[in-house]
Ligand binder design. Structure first.
Ligand code: C2O
Ligand code: CU
Ligand code: CU
Length: 500
């Protein structure tokens, strides 16, 4: 414990590299580090190393409502070498993609063949609290957990991943995650590009060695979040896919632990944003670049029809501002699209996508403010009082025995995430609900194109305060809300609300 405190505090020391044996040196250098503002700022970006985009993009197998997911240590081929990973199926980084219709009954058995406890959170599904993958609801090593629920929500791209407190980051980073796609009649009527023209893209960064996907965050890496040098898409390192000269629908998940992407195309193609975490937007919005934080989803139409056959284009992540010290410092390529076949495409982007009612802020019965700047100096702690440098919400660390917010069912509330004094990005995620983003002040100063419609995760950059309108319905129970930087979450940046 004491050593952990020291290691935590080492995050305060500018440039200090703490190894097991060098704590003394650190302590000396630390006595002078009374910087008021930049105590959390010793993090550095993890630079991405691009591959040669020679591996064919593949897709997780698609499954329906009854399925067994076996969490296991397995092997997968990454970068040409077969290495140990975690998976929900043998020989694969990601689990299968569930594709279901609104109204379907789901019956999924988690078989835990890991050597530690795990569980599954269905991120984006509005389901009963006891099915939600709360950190209390675990399958022990060797045990099982049965998830049964009925889908009762509009079409959208959700996902699933482990949620055992303090182990989430490692289990996700080493391979446990999968997609969960819901379809409905409203979406089907739009005749959006489908089948091979609807491409799911799970974007993740990994640290790949011959011994596996390493996960051993230093204190600085807990501060910044754990990032990798290798970008994988659908579990494939540096991939390409061939496309025809027509519209494609890209269903994008940022399944990274901490890395934020600013997506764009190398030919500056229009990206037509049609959906986000909670499904379709009301109307399409055309952008040249769009940010996506861990946990967020994007539904984007891309038109390759003007592009000459033989052209190679890249989905890239561009540099961005306001990301603190560790994010947005590099532009890099994520995957390659080879335009391979000329076709004629009758598809026209619908002007109206979905009926979405904007909920007026005036309907809120209560405003709750959450301080997420979370550097300890903002809570008046000094370096010497033994407090740990930890990620907190309103000064608190996660405690499953404490209800932090009591919320009345069937009421609307405004939740305010205040990172105005912070120096790290925090993608804030609420379980059990979708919300609407009201506004953002400071930092980027505005909502982005994907922040219309319904969200379950919203990125709050350093300097920003974001207000969201949350309609709490009748799905009562105890739910968590947290930062979806998984190192921050595991570090304690997670609280609970009780809906009753
Ligand atoms: Cu995807 Cu509690 O998170
Ligand atoms: Cu921090
Ligand atoms: Cu965070």
């Amino acid at each position: 414990m004491q050593r952990r405190n020291f290691l935590k505090l080492s995050g305060l020391s500018a440039g200090a590299v703490v190894t097991g044996g060098s704590l003394t040196g650190f302590l000396v250098s630390c006595s002078g580090c009374k910087k008021e503002h930049h105590m959390g700022l010793m993090t550095e970006p993890v630079m991405v190393t691009e591959g040669d985009f020679s591996r064919l993009l593949s897709f997780p197998s698609q499954v329906a409502a009854n399925h067994t997911l076996t969490a296991q240590a397995t092997m997968a081929n990454l970068k040409g070498t077969t290495i140990p990973v975690l998976g929900y199926q043998p020989n694969s980084l990601l689990g299968p993609t569930f594709r279901l219709n609104n109204g379907n009954a789901v019956n999924i058995l988690l078989q835990n063949n890991l050597s530690e406890h795990t569980n599954i959170h269905w991120h984006g599904l509005k389901i009963p609290a006891l099915m939600d993958g709360h950190p209390d609801q675990l399958a022990n090593a060797g045990g099982t957990f049965r998830y049964q629920f009925t889908i009762n929500q509009r079409a959208g791209l959700s996902w699933y991943h482990p949620h055992p407190h303090e182990h989430t980051g490692k289990q996700v980073f080493q391979g446990l995650a999968g997609l969960f796609i819901i379809n409905d009649a409203e979406e089907a009527a739009l005749n959006l590009p489908s089948a091979q023209y609807e491409i799911p893209l799970v974007i993740q960064d990994k640290r790949i060695t011959n011994n596996g996907i390493t996960y051993n965050p230093s204190m600085e890496e807990v501060m910044a979040g754990y990032m990798g040098e290798s970008i994988v898409v659908n579990g494939v390192y540096s991939p390409y896919t061939e496309v025809e000269t027509r519209f494609y629908r890209l269903r994008i998940l940022n399944g990274s632990n901490a890395r934020v992407y600013n997506l764009s195309f190398s030919n500056n193609a229009d990206m037509i944003v049609i959906g986000n975490d909670g499904g379709l937007l009301k109307n399409p919005v055309t952008v040249k670049e769009i940010m996506i934080a861990p946990g967020e989803r994007l539904d984007v139409l891309i038109n390759f029809s003007g592009v000459t056959v033989g052209t190679e284009l890249f989905l890239v992540s561009k540099e961005f501002a306001h990301g603190g010290d560790a994010q947005g410092k590099q532009s890099f390529r994520i995957m390659k699209f080879k335009v391979a076949v000329a076709v004629t495409d009758p598809f026209a982007v619908p002007a109206n996508l979905s009926a979405i009612n904007t909920i007026p802020a005036s309907s809120s019965v209560k405003t709750r403010a959450f301080e997420i700047s979370n550097a300890m100096e903002h809570h008046g702690y000094s370096m010497n009082d033994g407090m740990q440098m930890r990620h907190r919400i309103n000064g608190k660390l996660f405690d499953s025995n404490r209800i932090d917010e009591n919320v009345a069912a069937n009421t609307n509330e405004i939740w305010v995430f205040d990172n105005s004094k912070g120096d790290e990005p925090h993608p804030m995620h609420l379980h059990g609900v979708f919300f609407q983003v009201l506004d953002r002040t400071g930092g980027r100063g505005t909502r982005i194109a994907s922040e219309n419609g319904w969200k379950d995760t919203v990125l709050v950059m350093p300097g920003e305060t974001v207000r969201v309108l949350v309609p709490f319905e009748s799905n009562t129970g105890k739910f968590v809300f947290h930062c979806h930087n998984l190192e921050h979450e595991d570090d304690g940046m997670m609280l609970q609300y009780q809906l009753s």
